[in-house]
Design a protein around this ligand. Structure first.
Ligand SMILES: [Zn+2]
Length: 157
């Protein structure tokens, strides 16, 4: 089953978007930066749903949530985070083979500045827009990636 799953076999190019890696999870910076800092948290082993997680994976997920929320708050000034576990796209296939992952979208009451460009969360206080275009240029996405990578890989206090 795992050999047919591209989430079990990330390419080297995809791995360049990894911000943080723990024993059981990867944190990727999402391609679409429609909400600044948006990430995808992917379980390293193939598993289909949250109910299948074992306790050590849950505990590590909780630690990751702490680490990410702190990162969004400290370096980007996020007010809150929208967490979701959806998996819907896998079920567009006639033979769904879902691989467990979560999405996180930081949300902002104030404008964020990256490399001199200002970004506003125009839906703050409301549900995120599912079909919104990326806000970041490639250059600014790289700057954000490096900022977040540095923060997330620091020793946590
Ligand atoms: Zn998989």
């Amino acid at each position: 089953m795992t050999k047919e799953c591209c989430w079990c076999n990330f390419t080297d190019e995809e791995k360049q978007n990894i911000l943080f890696e723990s024993a059981y999870w990867y944190v990727f910076l999402a391609d679409n930066q429609d909400y600044i800092g948006r990430c995808v948290i992917v379980l390293k082993r193939h598993s289909e749903s949250l109910s299948d997680l074992d306790l050590s994976e849950w505990i590590e997920l909780k630690e990751l949530i702490n680490r990410l929320e702190k990162c969004f708050e400290k370096i980007l000034g996020a007010d809150l985070c929208n967490w979701s576990c959806l998996m819907n796209d896998f079920y567009k296939s006639a033979t769904p083979n879902p691989h467990l992952h979560l999405h996180v979208r930081p949300r902002y009451s104030k404008a964020i500045t990256i490399n001199g460009s200002s970004y506003i969360d125009t839906e703050f206080g409301h549900h995120y827009q599912p079909k919104k275009e990326t806000l970041l240029t490639n250059d600014n996405r790289k700057i954000l990636l490096n900022m977040m990578k540095t923060f997330l890989n620091q020793e946590q206090k």
